[in-house]
Design a binder for this molecule. Sequence first.
Ligand SMILES: [Zn+2]
Length: 138
Amino acid sequence: MSAAEVTSLAKSISEPITLTKNGYADLVVMSVETYKKQTAKDQLHNTLLERELDLQANSITYELSEIICNKYGKKTEVIYEGNHPVNLDYQSYANFSEEFGYASCFDGCKVSFDLCEDCFQVLLKTFVHPAKIEEFMS
Ligand SMILES: [Zn+2]
């Protein structure tokens, strides 16, 4: 293929043409228009990659959330490193979550709430049959 034919082909297909020498890629030829499009595509790709890396970097920074007692609204901040809480204040809260079947008054709904330790103790004291309290850490 002559140089003129390569030039003509490069302009007509608007894609880079890889020229081989002894079976190995040796040169890439493309029209100026294709080169500009390719460069713009590379820049967009690099920008997206940078944003993705920023997001990944953010996931390992500390995030602050809060847990709220549903009964009286006591709030406690929880510091997360990724998905893992790193301060232990949230452990004094009890989380309740229950899924009720269709025959119940909650009719196929999931009910969930958090109680602070004080409200949890008050709730336990209202029980006619005391809650079972067992030590689970040794
Ligand atoms: Zn409370």
